[in-house]
Design a protein around this ligand. Structure first.
Ligand SMILES: [Ca+2]
Length: 294
């Protein structure tokens, strides 16, 4: 006999009392637990059901970003020394902001030759970034200096300087506000006259924050964005921040076009009149006109 069985046999009534007390305690705890759960369910927030169901709805097919196919309609020369950080189309010409300290510029480019029609250089301590056109004023960001510049569209004369809180990456204009990216998963809306923040838009793809948002272009009610260090361009619904679809442009720069110095895909411009989309990359020798198929 073990010591335990000796003890069991020697005190049967004591053990029975202990067991019944334990059963009562468990029953009591279960009852308390049920009451607490029921009261929580009754007094919970109205959106509790929504919150609980959101993980499954995030993964549903209709909310997942769709990959679009595309075709290259044409390609044009691009200065392979241009570290493209901002690109836009206006009235038959491309406008480009380039980066790197000591090499940052604002340019107007003849289309389709790519010849430089007008150019100014930024101070050598500045790193040029996003570029937008708002009411005949070109607006250019810089990367980390929090300095933005406003130029006359025709003469490139500097009209104004402004500051902003974030880093400057991409920039576009939706006919009402400027939209800034800073490499995070947020887009920042600024008043185009005062440059004060209006709104912050959190961008998600398949239910998760999408970081590294870079060059931007407002196209037919959507914000298109390069994703830094990828071949992806995403289409963002500005009312929700959700990426509805994306393009994968991997391989668009043919091996025969490569100089060996190319950096990443960056630069989106839209010719609204002819519904043409132009894309390029940093130090790329070509600009591509693409057509997406929905
Ligand atoms: Ca752009």
């Amino acid at each position: 006999m073990t010591k335990k069985s000796d003890k069991t046999r020697s005190h049967p009534s004591h053990l029975s009392q202990k067991r019944s007390r334990l059963s009562l305690l468990i029953a009591f705890l279960l009852a308390v637990g049920i009451v607490v759960i029921v009261s929580l369910l009754r007094s919970g927030p109205a959106n509790q059901h929504d919150a609980a169901s959101s993980p499954s709805s995030r993964g549903s097919d209709e909310s997942r970003a769709r990959q679009l196919s595309y075709e290259v309609v044409n390609s044009y020369p691009h200065d392979p020394t241009s570290f493209t950080q901002g690109l836009l189309w206006h009235d038959g010409a491309l406008y480009e902001s380039t980066g790197l300290e000591g090499q940052s510029k604002l340019r107007r480019l003849e289309f389709p030759s790519g010849r430089v029609l007008k150019e100014i250089r930024l101070s050598s301590d500045l790193f040029g970034e996003g570029l937008a056109l708002a009411d005949n004023r070109l607006i250019q960001l810089t990367w980390k200096s929090h300095r933005g510049f406003v130029y006359d569209l025709e003469t490139f004369r500097q009209l104004q300087e402004f500051s902003y809180d974030t880093e400057g990456w991409g920039l576009t204009y939706d006919s009402k506000n400027l939209i800034v990216s800073d490499g995070s998963s947020n887009l920042f809306y600024l008043d185009p006259q005062t440059f004060k923040p209006i709104r912050k838009l959190a961008v998600t793809m398949n239910g998760k924050p999408l970081t590294e948002l870079n060059e931007l272009e407002f196209i037919e009610g959507e914000v298109w964005a390069n994703i830094w260090q990828t071949d992806l361009i995403v289409r963002i619904d500005p009312s929700t921040g959700r990426v509805t679809s994306f393009l994968n442009l991997k391989g668009i720069l043919a091996p025969s076009d490569k100089t060996g110095r190319e950096d990443v895909l960056n630069g989106i411009a839209y010719d609204a009149e002819h519904k043409r989309i132009f894309i390029t990359g940093k130090l790329w020798p070509r600009i591509f006109e693409i057509h997406t198929t929905k």
